[in-house]
Design a protein around this ligand. Sequence first.
Ligand SMILES: Cc1ncc(COP(=O)(O)O)c(C=O)c1O
Length: 386
Amino acid sequence: MGAARKKRVQTISDLQLARRRVGLNFIDLQEQFRRYKTEIMEEVQKVLESAQFIMGPAVAELEKALASHTGVKHAIGCASGTDALVLGLLAHGIKPGDEVIVPDFTFFATAEVVAFLGAVPVFVDVDEETFNIDVRLIERHITKRTKGIIPVSLFGQCADLDEINALAASHSLWVMEDAAQSYGASYKGRKSGSITQIAATSFFPAKPLGCYGDGGAFFTNDDGIARCVRELLNHGQSERYKHSRLGINGRLDTLQAAILVVKLRHFDDEMRAKRRVASVYQEKLKGCVKVPRVRAHNESVWAQFTVRSSKRDSIVGYLKEKNIPTAIHYPIPLHAQEVFSAIRLRDDDFPVSTRVSNEVLSLPMHPFLPDADADLICRAVIEACK
Ligand SMILES: Cc1ncc(COP(=O)(O)O)c(C=O)c1O
């Protein structure tokens, strides 16, 4: 161990790291706040002075800006991405015993909302290159009880939405894109959130468009569904104190909306900067780990830069020694989660999600990551692979 440490002190990444005064961040929300502080404080102050904390004007202002940015008729602020998904299921009247198809490799919430409402999440393995649901495997999971499909546009890249829409239409199913990680991504020139009948996104702080707490949005071009979701997220009220259905308190906080109004102004510049970081990673790491592939018709917003390696655990350990933060998205596929053990699913039926969950590793990714730091991270990964 002592000898190994001595050898490592002489690596180029150690020398580069020694020159840095501050540590590297996985996502740099502090730098982002420093840059937009004046604008954010101005908008927050307006809310505080107006005292319109619930459904204040900033919510409508944000919804208008989101709809225009996404190219969709209705963008509806919600309390979280999870609530936005729940609202989509409620709007479609999902009930116990119904089945909903979801990818096996995603954040837990995608399936949680289905099971929480008493319906059955039906897991489908994912594509080796994109980590998104494997369209070729969906049809064999459709039964008489299937009501809809929730494709997730994971790590910032849209799933194969045209193919999924066509398949769903041929079986009279609805499609809700889980766009929690793909706000702003493009698919064949259209924006994530605008391609399926309904879609849900998250403004969790670390997301491509993040607020300073919990938040989310629901998207649709359908006027009837939009009206229904607006009622559902406000206790099922059609008018004040007139409750036409059972709903939830799923409203977006006005302070969060005000913060998002500012962040949205800078969003496209941030995405350009992230794409530059991604191209540095892709170029420098391609010989040593499996770098993510973005389909030709997709533009990713790089919610995560997730590589694959059979040496994943030793790379994580090596980077940790150098104070380079990493994350594992996700270590356990959904079929293997304890809460779903009653469904009795086997790893063998999900070979790709089982394999990738053992190999994935996400690297620091944010718009303020200097080229020199991206270079340093690459050097450390390359050293770890040797
Ligand atoms: C794919 C996916 N779906 C749903 C969610 C839930 O979003 P939220 O944390 O805003 O409830 C997340 C966020 O973590 C996510 O990554």
